[in-house]
Design a binder for this molecule. Sequence first.
Ligand SMILES: [Zn+2]
Length: 316
Amino acid sequence: MHGLILFLLAASCASLGGDHPRSIALTFDDLPVAPHSLTFNEAKRTTDKLLAALKPAGSPAVAFVNESKLEVPGETDRRLSLLRAWVDGGHELGNHTYSHPDLNTTPLLNFQSDILRGERLTRPMMRSAGKQLRWFRHPFTHTGPTQQIKFNLELFLKRKGYRVAPFTIENSDWLFSKVWLDAVHRGDQETAARIKDAYLDFNDIMFGWFERLSVETFSRDIPQVLLLHANPLNAEVLPEMLARIRARGYRFVSLDEAMSDSVYETRDGYVGKEGPSYIHRWAVTRGLPNRLRDEPDPPAWVSQRSRAQDSTAAAR
Ligand SMILES: [Zn+2]
């Protein structure tokens, strides 16, 4: 009798994905919101929707702040309250520098002072919630164009008590959000809906790509870390996106839990001007071919819209 029950239990566990269901940690960049040009009401709506969508995920996200974005005349306190909402929601803030400089073009000393300037408000805010500010993510995920810059910055971050937050999956959300927001502001609902669908489909494509790359690099599924931006498009689609991620067999975990897997002890052996997923970086470390060139691109019509938007803006 007991044997039969155990067998049935084992069979039902197997149908749910066995002992090792996939796991993923969620991270958000460019807080309080991207783009910086959003009105306070748009920023508030974006924050509220993101936080509401994250609640059922049941695990804390890490959200990376650019404090320069708080400095909107007459709105600093209100914009600061958006960060407080993330902390109150059980999430953790990280440092994404003060003004989002590019390490490829910024002298290291200036970059380092931008990091310190970027913790003036978030560090005390985390402390008041009984937590430490401990995560750092490089703007554009550019970790250093030369070995020397990369090494010296790593040393600086370690001395300041920061741990670099890697990411393994990204989906060009900033590009889709840029063209989606333009369509919404023009009242073009049809195009906005098309972009939204294309974004969710592209997210599926990127999950498939990075899952295959994980197996190619480590011969197994690995706990993933998703990089998203705190933007209005993600606020709009997050419930649907998280449902699709769940349907692939994932459960949501904290960044700490994802990074407790031994994969995250792999050295980041990539040096260069791009900011690729850590799976690419680890593949380089392990002497495997760099597959960055094979990575799927967003649909051409979306990129074309983005370029057209840039040239219209430049002509103004
Ligand atoms: Zn960023």
